[in-house]
Design a protein around this ligand. Structure first.
Ligand code: H79
Length: 435
């Protein structure tokens, strides 16, 4: 009887432990609030692939043999790289954090690492670009997040046999998966030990080990040991958030949810469609269609288009992480600079109506978005407003200020929650409603 009781207790406590929801620590909760306030980040895809000007998937897309791809290491010499100017560019654009690709699927480490020779220190440049970036970010008050690929087209211990990608070149047979997990943990430990405060670790590549991307309940063909990796991250830096671009519903231990090239809930890519969780959200987008530098991609999004994406992502409760793919020299194309400058001008002018706001429950539409901060609701126009503009808002409005010309806006209440606004300026970009 006693034995039975003890067994029952053991089973019950195990069930209890595993059914416990992940509860972010107070330090993480604070990071999440700051993240929600900060709204806008710069994604940087930069690596050996930048030399070839054909995107970051070039090794797989063109089935480049290992020896030939390795030669790129002897060619990477970004003599025009200036970490400070990149960070300043982000800052002037109104971005509050930078997400830097520390290692992409090609397996090349853009930082000084003891655990792989395939790293930045062995290029002619021979300096730790991540270190330079970390120092510049600290000086400029910009947070640093690190992208880290868990898929690896080069590492001999990566389980490529069950992987979907990187099939066009020879690989060694059957590595040791435990070694690979240890390798990742060692590198993540370096990233979280040698570069000061890191705001988030952003993982990518989970989907390589899935049969398809639409069944969100599929089990991967390897054990990624997320529990161990996530707790290592939280242990090394208690305020460092964890995010994983697995295209699934969030897993325990993750602190924000990622959407790639789609607004939360969207699925234009075919690999979206995951549930929108209650975690902070982040949508990442490219300025043309490529992440890594592409010499032929001229499909640049216009400033109004980028502004619309940003506003709609904010209205969905999501940050926007906007990507640039610098050249191997360290230069950033003028098409990118122009667009960032255009966005920055607008964001800086309406900063008080953007940072620190939260989304409200309101239909997403193509004309305007609403954002709320304390007793103020901000209207940001995507399309210029009509002179007589009927606004439905489920709030009692006391006064309205035009944030473009600082004038008071006349309005009539038509009926409950419906207001007729008299807008005297077609250039009006935003209004402040005082509740
Ligand atoms: O780093 C950037 C991309 O290189 C990486 N994530 C961003 C941030 C990325 N890689 N792939 N994808 C994004 C899209 C995923 C496509 C997939 Fe598939 C569709 C994965 C599985 C189905 C491509 C097609 C790979 C396998 C089949």
């Amino acid at each position: 009887m006693r034995k039975l009781l003890i067994t029952c207790c053991c089973i019950l406590s195990t069930i209890y432990l595993f059914s416990q929801e992940y509860k972010p620590s107070p330090a993480i909760r604070e990071s999440q609030q700051q993240f929600l306030d900060n709204k806008f980040g710069l994604f940087i895809h930069w690596g050996l692939y930048s030399i070839l000007g054909n995107g970051e998937w070039v090794r797989t897309n063109r089935s480049i043999p290992e020896k030939e791809y390795d030669r790129l290491m002897d060619q990477f010499n970004p003599y025009k790289f200036d970490a400070k100017s990149w960070v300043r560019l982000a800052k002037q654009t109104g971005m509050k954090y930078i997400t830097f690709v520390s290692r992409h699927h090609d397996g090349f480490s853009m930082f000084d690492t003891k655990y792989s020779d395939f790293n930045i220190m062995n290029t002619p440049y021979g300096k730790d670009v991540l270190k330079e970036l970390a120092i510049a970010c600290k000086e400029e008050g910009i947070k640093l997040h690190l992208y880290y690929s868990i898929l690896d087209w080069k590492h001999p211990d990566y389980h490529f046999e069950t992987g979907k990608t990187g099939k066009g070149f020879e690989r060694y047979q059957s590595g040791n998966w435990d070694n690979y997990i240890t390798f990742m943990k060692n590198q993540i430990t370096e990233l979280l030990t040698n570069y000061g405060e890191i705001g988030a670790i952003w993982l990518d590549g989970h989907w390589d080990q899935l049969d398809n991307d639409y069944n969100k309940d599929l089990k991967p063909k390897v054990d990624w040991k997320y529990e161990e990796i996530y707790s290592l991250i939280h242990k090394l830096q208690p305020s460092c958030m964890v995010a994983n671009n697995h295209h699934l519903n969030p897993l325990p231990g993750e602190d924000f949810q990622i959407f790639e090239k789609d607004l939360p809930g969207g699925n234009s890519t075919g690999f979206g469609g995951q549930k929108v969780s209650r975690l902070p959200l982040e949508m990442c987008e490219t300025m043309n269609t490529s992440w890594g530098y592409s010499i032929t991609d001229t499909a640049w999004k216009s400033v109004p288009k980028l502004k619309k994406l940003f506003l709609q992502s904010l209205a969905n409760g999501s940050n926007m992480l906007l990507n640039v793919g610098p050249l191997a020299t360290g230069e950033i194309q003028e098409q990118i600079i122009e667009r960032l400058n255009g966005l920055g001008q607008w964001i800086n002018q309406y900063a008080t109506a953007i940072y620190g706001t939260r989304a409200v429950n309101y239909p997403i539409n193509d004309e305007f978005v609403l954002l709320k901060k304390d007793s103020k609701v901000f209207v940001h126009f995507i399309e210029p407003p009509l002179k007589k503009f009927v606004l439905y808002v489920p709030y009692q409005i006391k006064t309205i200020k035009n944030l473009t010309n600082q004038k008071t806006v006349r309005f009539d209440k038509i009926e409950k929650d419906y207001y007729l606004l008299h807008i005297d300026d077609q250039e009006t970009a935003a209004l402040e409603l005082q509740l």
